[in-house]
Structure formats: structure tokens, C-alpha cells
Design a protein around this ligand. Structure first.
Ligand SMILES: [Zn+2]
Length: 65
């Protein structure tokens, strides 16, 4: 049994990897604490944060155009 570093839920966590750049962006947006970078997440948090990344990346691409 492990703790998710984002929500603190007691879940079976697999170490899910975002890229360093993705983690840095999530910290920058205030979505995760800096100490959560590179740590284990539960599936729910992983999916949630991945969606935030996808949404915001699309948004930034739209603005850039
Ligand atoms: Zn979690």
C-alpha cells in the first residue's frame, strides 16, 4: 500500500511518469506541489493531471497561432 503524492489517497500506486517539462508546467500552473514532481500518483490523479496538460497545451497552441 502506498500514498498518492497528489491527493494522499491510500491506493496502489504505480510510478507514472510525466516528462520533466510536463511536471515543471504542472508546478508552474499550481496544479501540483513542487515536492510532488516525479513522485507516484494514483490513477485518478494521473488521468486528471494528464487531461489538464492536454487542455492547457492545446490552449497555448491556439494562443500562439
Ligand atoms: Zn491521487
Amino acid at each position: 500500500m502506498n500514498l498518492c503524492h497528489h491527493c494522499g489517497a491510500k491506493v496502489m500506486v504505480r510510478k507514472r511518469q510525466f516528462s520533466d517539462r510536463a511536471w515543471a508546467a504542472l508546478v508552474d500552473w499550481g496544479e501540483v506541489r513542487s515536492e510532488t514532481m516525479g513522485k507516484a500518483l494514483c490513477d485518478n490523479c494521473y488521468v486528471e493531471l494528464r487531461e489538464i496538460l492536454i487542455d492547457r497545451t492545446h490552449e497555448m497552441e491556439r494562443i500562439a497561432r
